[in-house]
Design a protein around this ligand. Structure first.
Ligand code: 5RP
Length: 219
C-alpha cells in the first residue's frame, strides 16, 4: 500500500468522528481525501469552516457550504493532516503553508482529529523543516532570531500565504521541548505563527497503515 493509499484510508476512517453540524477542515493531500469522503455524507452536515482557499474551493466544488469562522463560533470537530506527529500528538504543520488558519481553526474546535500516513509518526519532532509564517518586512530579522535559536531558516521563495505573508522553513532543529519552543518562536516580533502544534496538540491521530487504520491517543 503506497503513501497516498494510506492517506486515503486515514481520511475515510475520520468520517466516524463526523456527527453533523459544521466541520472544521484543514489543508493538504490527506485532507483532500477527507473532503472527497465528506462529500459522500454531505447531507448529514451543515457545512464546513476551512483553513485555506484551496480547501474552500474543493469543498465548494462538492457543494459543501463554507462558512466564515466568525459567523459560526466554536466547532465540535476539526480534521487536518500533519507533517510530523510525536506520541503526545504534538505536531509540525504548515508544509502546505496554511499553518496560521489551521492553528486558528484547531484552537476553535473541541476535538482535533489528525489524519496521516504512518511515515508521519516520529519519536522526535524536527526532521521536517519547521514552517514559520512571518510578516514580509520581518523576514530577515526573524531569520536571524531563528539562527540564534539553533536553526537554519530557508525562505520559501515565491510562496505567499493566504494571509499575504511569507514562510521560513527552519532546518536542523531537534525539538526536545515543543511547548516552550512554540512559545519562544511565537514571541519573536514579526512571527505570525510557528508550525509547532503543541500548546493545542491533536486529540486523536489516525494513521493509515498496510494493516488498516490505526488510532492513537496522546501518551
Ligand atoms: C498544510 C499542512 C498539512 O496538513 C501537512 O503539510 C500535511 O500535508 P499532506 O496531507 O499533503 O501530507 O499542515 O499546511
Amino acid at each position: 500500500m503506497n503513501q497516498d493509499e494510506q492517506k486515503k484510508q486515514a481520511a475515510h476512517a475520520a468520517l466516524a468522528y463526523v456527527e453533523g453540524g459544521i466541520i472544521g477542515v484543514g489543508t493538504g493531500s490527506t485532507v483532500n481525501h477527507f473532503i472527497d469522503a465528506l462529500a459522500t455524507i454531505k447531507g448529514r452536515i451543515e457545512g464546513a469552516v476551512s483553513s485555506s482557499e484551496v480547501s474552500s474551493a474543493r469543498l465548494k466544488a462538492h457543494g459543501i457550504p463554507v462558512y466564515d469562522l466568525n459567523a459560526v463560533g466554536d466547532l465540535a470537530l476539526y480534521v487536518d493532516g500533519a507533517d510530523e506527529s510525536n506520541r503526545q500528538l504534538q505536531l509540525i504543520k504548515g508544509g502546505g503553508g496554511a499553518l496560521t488558519r489551521e492553528k486558528i481553526v484547531a484552537g476553535a474546535s473541541a476535538r482535533f482529529v489528525c489524519i496521516a500516513d504512518e511515515t508521519k509518526l516520529v519519536e522526535l519532532l524536527g526532521r521536517f523543516p519547521l514552517p514559520v509564517e512571518v510578516v514580509p518586512m520581518a523576514r530577515s530579522f526573524v531569520a536571524r532570531q531563528l539562527v540564534r535559536a539553533g536553526g537554519t531558516p530557508v525562505w520559501r521563495e515565491g510562496f505567499v500565504t493566504d494571509n499575504g505573508n511569507l514562510i521560513l522553513d527552519v532546518q536542523g532543529l531537534e525539538i526536545l521541548e515543543p511547548v516552550s519552543l512554540e512559545q519562544q518562536i511565537n514571541n519573536i516580533p514579526g512571527v505570525v505563527t510557528v508550525g509547532i502544534f503543541a500548546l493545542r496538540p491533536a486529540d486523536v491521530l489516525i494513521l493509515g497503515t498496510p494493516q488498516g487504520p490505526k488510532t492513537l491517543m496522546p501518551e
